[in-house]
Design a protein around this ligand. Structure first.
Ligand SMILES: *Cc1c(COP(=O)(O)O)cnc(C)c1O
Length: 391
């Protein structure tokens, strides 16, 4: 017995974990920091951690009430109807629900390149095909309606990522509206706001709901997740907010109980913990600014909880950083072999990442732009650290 022909399918390349790297290198996990998967450096909301512990004794029941309660809480937060909230097993699960609800075999979707791999993976699982629009490095990955529309060819779903992974660029709501208006009536525009909390911008829900001066549209859907700002990547919880007109499709496409009792209870606690999100966003803003100011090569302006850095040779630099204890994301798999992506860490983690990177850039003679403000001292410290790490 063999599975069907999967030669068009690719495996998802996740950021590498500390345990995995430490084991491979035969080192102690405590030597490493991981800034590779855009996780929350402050961990989960403490209230969510308590909720998970308290829920342990009731996981023998299917998550019916918890699912309804969380759906209601999210609907309240966005001021939409409960049925518009499609809870799922992570944002990725919500992408699958949209594929199930919308795609016929051989329909195409249009995705950003570089971009998030799961859009295409999900479409292929549903026997769809994938087309791409380019976000140009020379334009700092700017996102405009013109670029998307010039690539558009009747695709059934158009994915926009704002803030965009891995560049951190965003798209203005006027541009999203123009894309929705210019594409066919049965083209769905999905605005993936997995990093929405980190950007000082209105959600594209303004367009779905007809708020903030926009007319309500039935062809735009917003994607959100608890994995990033809420620090719940491990419980797998995300959702789509879909237009009222076809929200009832959820009942026919969702996997029963895909958002677990633990996930729903954690989500309910986390959504009320504004303090944790606020602290997380503040740390992120500081870390982003620190990286842009102190890294001695080009760092793109980002509205996400990460920064894209031009290092010349991503695989060499990412490997070297890993050897020196800082795990970052080599963006070769995104089609950017010259770039790494560094997740915004705590103050200490960010400083360590910047110091380590600058030292490597100096070693590789790629970094030296000669401005040297205060870096001599940091380089000195970092070199000492490296010698320790290398032994
Ligand atoms: C992280 C991420 C998601 C969703 O991740 P989940 O952990 O499945 O919720 C969606 N889109 C982008 C661009 C992401 O980076």
């Amino acid at each position: 017995m063999q599975p069907r022909d999967l030669s068009d399918h690719v495996a998802y390349e996740a950021g590498r974990g500390i345990e995995e790297v430490a084991r491979e290198l035969g080192r102690d996990p405590s030597e490493f920091v991981k800034l590779a998967s855009n996780e929350n450096p402050h961990g989960p909301s403490p209230a969510a951690a308590v909720a998970i512990r308290e829920t342990a004794s009731s996981v023998s029941s299917y998550p019916k009430a918890a699912h309804a309660d969380l759906t209601g809480a999210i609907a309240d937060r966005w001021d939409v109807d409960d049925e518009q909230v499609w809870l799922a097993n992570g944002g990725d699960g919500a992408i699958d629900y949209l594929s199930r609800a919308v795609l016929e075999p051989e329909d195409t979707i249009l995705v950003p390149s570089p971009g998030f791999a799961y859009y295409g993976m999900s479409a292929r699982f549903h026997h769809g095909d994938v087309r791409e629009y380019a976000l140009e490095r020379e334009d700092d990955f700017a996102q405009t309606a013109d670029d998307v529309l010039s690539a558009y060819d009747g695709d059934r779903i158009v994915y926009l990522t704002s803030p965009h992974n891995p560049s951190g660029s965003t798209i203005a709501l006027e541009e999203v509206e123009a894309i929705a208006a210019e594409t066919d009536a049965d083209t769905l525009v999905v605005v993936d706001e997995a990093y929405g909390e980190f950007a000082d911008r209105e959600s594209a829900l303004s367009l779905t709901e007809g708020r903030n001066g926009f007319d309500a549209r039935d062809d735009i859907t917003v994607l959100r997740t608890f994995s990033k700002a809420y620090g719940l990547a491990g419980v797998r919880l995300g959702y789509a907010v879909v237009p009222e007109a076809w929200a009832d499709a959820y009942a026919r496409v969702n996997t029963p109980f895909a958002a677990s009792e633990l996930a729903c209870r954690a989500g309910l606690a986390a959504i009320d913990d504004d303090e944790h999100v606020k602290r997380t966003v503040e740390t992120t803003v500081e870390s982003r600014a620190y990286m842009r100011e102190h890294i001695e090569t080009h760092v793109w302006e980002s509205e996400g909880n990460f920064a894209l850095v031009d290092v010349g040779d991503a695989s060499t630099v990412a490997e070297e950083m890993q050897d020196r204890g800082v795990i970052v994301r080599d963006c070769s798999s995104f089609g950017l072999p010259g770039c790494i992506r560094i997740t915004c860490g705590t103050e200490d983690e960010t400083e360590r990442a910047v110091e380590t990177l600058n030292e490597i850039l100096a070693d590789l003679e790629l970094g030296g732009n000669g401005d040297g403000t205060g870096d001599g001292k940091r380089d000195g410290d970092a070199t000492a650290d490296t010698e320790v790490a290398d032994t």
